[in-house]
Design a protein around this ligand. Structure first.
Ligand SMILES: CC(=O)SCCNC(=O)CCNC(=O)[C@H](O)C(C)(C)COP(=O)(O)OP(=O)(O)OC[C@H]1O[C@@H](n2cnc3c(N)ncnc32)[C@H](O)[C@@H]1OP(=O)(O)O
Ligand SMILES: CC(=O)C(=O)O
Length: 538
C-alpha cells in the first residue's frame, strides 16, 4: 500500500455540515461533539463542524469544541461563505463569526457558475472574483488555512469554462490551500467529472491543489469522487454513510474503503480502516437513523451470502466470493440460511453458531431438506438464527433443546360491556417431570400467553426472570383472502446481554406467536445442561 502523506492527500469529512442538511437529521451540540470524536478516532484529516454565525447551535459547537475537545488526528474546519457583495470583508458579520469560532481552518463556499453569480448573488462576475480573493486572502492573513468550495463548478464549467477557471485561479492566487470542485446539483456522471478535471488542469497548468465534493443525485457520488482522484485531485470530501442534502453526499466510508483497498492509498492512520464499520453504525445511532444494512463495506449485509452456490465456494475459500476480507473494514462475513441454501450454506451457518456438521453428512442432508421445506411453507430462518440453531441441535440429537413440552394452551379474549378488552391465557406444560399449569392476563392474547408460559416455567428455571420480549413482528404471507392468510411471527428476545430471534408460522396468528415465543424460551434454556430430545414442527 502507498503511504499517503496526510498533507498531500486529504480526507475531509462534512458529516456535521452537509450531512446535517439531510431531511430528518437534527444533531444536538452534544451529538456533534460525539460525532467529531468518532471521526477523529477513525483518523480523517479534516472535520467540517458546521457554519458558525449562521446556525446558533454551530456557533455553540465551535465554542464547546475549542474548550472540550483535543483531537488526535483531525483539524476542525468552520464553514462559511465569501463576503457579501459590496461589503468590505472586515465588516462582514459572517466572516467575523468564522474568526470568532477559533477554528484554525475555514472552508468558504463561493459561486463558480456565472449564471449563479448573476441570478442568485445578483452581482457582477468581477465582484464575485473580488469576493473570493478578499475572503480567502483575509482568512490567510489571519493565520487560517483556507479551503474554497466552488459551488456548481461542473455546471459552471460547462456553461462558461473561462469564468469557472478564473474563480479557481483567483482562489489559488489568494492563498487557498485547496480549491474544491463541487457537483452541487449532483447531476454528473464519472465521464464528465474526468473530462472536466483534465481540461481544468490543462488550463491551470502545474499541479494545482484541487479537491472534489459530490452530491449523490445520480447515485454516482462515490464513483465521481474516485474518478476525480484518478484525474488528479488530492482532497476528497464526503459524509458518514453518505448523509446529506437531497439523496445525500459521497459516502466517505465507501470512498475511503475504495481508496485504501482498491487503489492502495493509505489514507487513514494505522488501525483506522478497521474502525470503519463501528464508526458508521455509531454515527447512525447519533443521527437517529437505522444503519443501512446494505451499505457497501460497512452494512450488516455487506458480506452476507444467501445463495447456496456462493456458500459452497466460500467453504473452500472465503475470498472466492468476497471482494475484500471483511475484517479489514471491521465487518464480518455471514451466511444466510434460506430456501436458497445448499448443504454448504447450512454447514457454514452451523459452524458460525458453534455446531460442527462436517462429520455428519446425513444430518446435514436432513437439516438442508427441512430448512428448504419449512422455508417453502413460509418459515424464514435468515432473521431467526435461534430457531435455526434449535433445528440443527434437534437433528444432531444433542439433546440440548427441550426443557419443557406443551400439553395444551387456551386463550380467551373478552370484550366487556364497559368496552374493556381483556385477554387471559392458561398453559399446561410438562417440565422436570411435572405437569405445571399457569394462568395469566395480558393486554392481548400473545402477551397473556407469554406471561402464562413464563409463570409456568420460572419456578424450575429462574434464569427466565431475566428474559424479556424485545421485538415482535407479524407478517401476513399469502392466502386467498385477508383473513385466511398464513402468518409469520418473528420474536426478538433478550436476557439483557444478548438478543436472539425465533420464528413461528401458522395460519392462526396465536399459534404462530406461541411457536416463536416458546422457541425463544427453549433457546435460552438450551444453554442449560442436557435434556432429552423431543420432536418439533408438527
Ligand atoms: C451548496 C451548499 O449546500 S452550501 C451550504 C448551505 N447551507 C445553508 O444554507 C445552511 C445555513 N444557512 C443559513 O442559516 C442562512 O441561509 C444564512 C444565515 C447563511 C443566510 O441567511 P439570510 O441572511 O437570511 O439569507 P438567505 O438564506 O435568504 O439568502 C442567502 C444569502 O446569501 C447570499 N449568498 C449565497 N451564496 C453566497 C456566497 N457564496 N457568498 C456570499 N453570499 C452568498 C445570497 O445571495 C443571499 O443574499 P441576500 O440575502 O443578499 O439575498
Ligand atoms: C458546498 C456544497 O455543499 C456543494 O456545493 O454541494
Amino acid at each position: 500500500m502507498t503511504t499517503t502523506n496526510p498533507d498531500e492527500f486529504h480526507v475531509f469529512d462534512t458529516t456535521l455540515r452537509d450531512g446535517a442538511q439531510r431531511e430528518g437529521i437534527s444533531y444536538s451540540v452534544a451529538d456533534k461533539l460525539a460525532v467529531t470524536k468518532l471521526l477523529d478516532e477513525l483518523g480523517v484529516g479534516f472535520i467540517e463542524g458546521g457554519w458558525p454565525g449562521a446556525l446558533p447551535s454551530d456557533t455553540e459547537f465551535f465554542a464547546r469544541a475549542a474548550e472540550e475537545l483535543t483531537l488526535k488526528h483531525a483539524t476542525l474546519v468552520a464553514f462559511g461563505a465569501t463576503r457579501k457583495a459590496g461589503l468590505a470583508v472586515e465588516d462582514d458579520p459572517q466572516v467575523a463569526a468564522l474568526l470568532d469560532s477559533r477554528a484554525s481552518a475555514w472552508c468558504l463556499v463561493a459561486k463558480s457558475d456565472v449564471r449563479h453569480v448573476k441570478r442568485a448573488l445578483r452581482t457582477s462576475p468581477e465582484e464575485n472574483l473580488a469576493m473570493v480573493a478578499d475572503t480567502v486572502a483575509y482568512g490567510v492573513s489571519c493565520g487560517r488555512r483556507v479551503f474554497l468550495d466552488c459551488e456548481h463548478f461542473f455546471d459552471g464549467f460547462a456553461t462558461d469554462p473561462d469564468y469557472a477557471t478564473a474563480v479557481v485561479r483567483t482562489a489559488l492566487d489568494a492563498g487557498a490551500d485547496v480549491v474544491v470542485l463541487c457537483d452541487t446539483n449532483g447531476g454528473m456522471l464519472p465521464s464528465g467529472i474526468s473530462r472536466t478535471i483534465t481540461e481544468l488542469r490543462e488550463r491551470l497548468g502545474g499541479n494545482p491543489r484541487l479537491g472534489i465534493h459530490c452530491q449523490d443525485d445520480t447515485a454516482c457520488a462515490v464513483a465521481n469522487t474516485i474518478t476525480a482522484v484518478e484525474a488528479g485531485v488530492m482532497h476528497v470530501q464526503g459524509t458518514a454513510n453518505g448523509y446529506g442534502e437531497r439523496p445525500g453526499n459521497a459516502d466517505l466510508f465507501a470512498v475511503v474503503g475504495n481508496l485504501a483497498t482498491k487503489m492502495g492509498m493509505d489514507v487513514l492512520p494505522d488501525g483506522g480502516l478497521a474502525k470503519l464499520t463501528h464508526v458508521s453504525h455509531a454515527i447512525a445511532e447519533l443521527a437517529n437513523l437505522a444503519p443501512d444494512s446494505h451499505q457497501a463495506y460497512v452494512g450488516h449485509a455487506a458480506f452476507a451470502h444467501k445463495a447456496g452456490l456462493h456458500a459452497s465456494a466460500i467453504k473452500v475459500d472465503p475470498q472466492l466470493y468476497n471482494h475484500i476480507d471483511p475484517s479489514v473494514v471491521g465487518n464480518d462475513m455471514r451466511i444466510l440460511v434460506t430456501e436458497m441454501a445448499g448443504r454448504a450454506s447450512i454447514e457454514l451457518k452451523a459452524k458460525e453458531l458453534g455446531l460442527d456438521l462436517s462429520g455428519h453428512p446425513e444430518t446435514l442432508n436432513r437439516v438442508t431438506k427441512r430448512v428448504k421445506d419449512l422455508e417453502a411453507r413460509g418459515w424464514s430462518f435468515e432473521a431467526a438464527d435461534a430457531s435455526f440453531e434449535l433445528l440443527v441441535r434437534d437433528e444432531l440429537a444433542t439433546g440440548l433443546t427441550r426443557h419443557f413440552r406443551l400439553d395444551s394452551y387456551r386463550v380467551i379474549v373478552e370484550h366487556r360491556g364497559d368496552g374493556a378488552v381483556v385477554s387471559e391465557a392458561t398453559v399446561k406444560v410438562r417440565s422436570r417431570g411435572e405437569r405445571v399449569i399457569a394462568t395469566a392476563e395480558g393486554n392481548g392474547p400473545v402477551n397473556a400467553l407469554d406471561s402464562a408460559l413464563r409463570k409456568a416455567l420460572v419456578a424450575h428455571y429462574p434464569q427466565l426472570n431475566d428474559v424479556s420480549l424485545a421485538d415482535y413482528k407479524v407478517r401476513i404471507l399469502a392466502g386467498s383472502s385477508g383473513t385466511d392468510a398464513i402468518t409469520r411471527v418473528l420474536v426478538g428476545t433478550t436476557d439483557g446481554e444478548r438478543e436472539w430471534t425465533t420464528v413461528g408460522v401458522h395460519d392462526n396468528v396465536v399459534e404462530a406467536s406461541w411457536h416463536a415465543l416458546s422457541e425463544a424460551l427453549a433457546y435460552r434454556l438450551s444453554r442449560l445442561p442436557r435434556l432429552p430430545r423431543v420432536s418439533r414442527y408438527r
